[in-house]
Design a binder for this molecule. Structure first.
Ligand code: ZN
Length: 247
């Protein structure tokens, strides 16, 4: 049986990017949508983004910005602008959004999938950006496929049993997944890409008895609109400006 999942991560209250990605996903007839956390933080539409994820996601985990907005973690660990946005978000979030975010676990398993925001070792804070960190995290869990976010970098690490491989996806890219290997996969960020490509990023994961494949997709959206909404909301304007360059 073949299963097809759409993978979303790091939406960061960017409703325009999220809606654009969701409409793009419609044509692929996926079996489910996975959200890897950080629905909120940075952007001007936290409630709307939470509602969209709640409506469409089959599985969702909580990220560091979500936990910060719920008041669950010490926000002194966030950088100045991120902290300002979290305080703004804490003030804006509706009880319904808070209830949904609080229900999302830090780790979720589904068949051979493990979902976390940061890493299996530390789902809140750890970034998996290099093979060394990937190696440690392959030891941390038995899952064949671990889906993660947090770094905002579309990427993949593989574990053959003796060696860690690494790949950063550039633009639209497809990578075959071997049945006997294990993988850590990041679909990139919907709402705040940081790999120098300002287009919204999402993943399409196809699984079958022979392994499967991961596709990274990039789509353009109305960045200027998101940028203006951030400014009009009274959030730091740099949070909108950085969307233009995608870093
Ligand atoms: Zn994030």
């Amino acid at each position: 049986m073949t299963m097809k999942w759409a993978l979303l991560s790091d939406i960061h209250s960017n409703l325009t990017a999220l809606q654009r990605v969701l409409s793009e996903i419609e044509q692929y007839r996926v079996d489910g949508i996975v959200c890897l956390g950080d629905i909120v933080g940075y952007g001007a539409h936290p409630d709307e983004c939470v509602a969209e994820v709640q409506r469409c996601a089959t599985l969702c985990v909580r990220g560091n910005h979500d936990a910060g907005a719920l008041g669950e973690i010490n926000i002194d660990y966030f950088s100045g602008r991120a902290r300002q946005a979290i305080i703004w978000t804490q003030d804006k979030l509706s009880p319904a959004s808070r209830a949904y975010l609080a229900e999302c676990p830090l780790r979720e398993t589904h068949e051979n999938l493990l979902l976390v925001h940061g890493s299996p070792r530390d789902p809140i804070w750890e970034y998996i950006l290099d093979r060394q960190t990937a190696y440690i995290n392959f030891q941390e869990s038995e899952a064949q496929l671990c889906l993660f976010g947090h770094s905002h970098i579309p990427s993949l690490f593989s574990w053959s049993g003796s060696e860690v491989g690494g790949l950063r996806a550039v633009g639209d890219q497809t990578q075959r997944l071997e049945a006997g290997e294990r993988y850590l996969i990041n679909p990139g960020s919907v709402g705040q890409p940081r790999d120098g490509d300002p287009r919204a990023s999402f993943g399409l994961l196809t699984l079958d008895e022979n392994g499967g494949q991961i596709e990274w997709h990039r789509v353009t959206y109305d960045i200027e609109r998101t940028r203006q909404e951030i400014r009009q909301a009274g959030l730091p304007s740099e949070l909108g400006d950085r969307l233009l360059s995608g870093v």
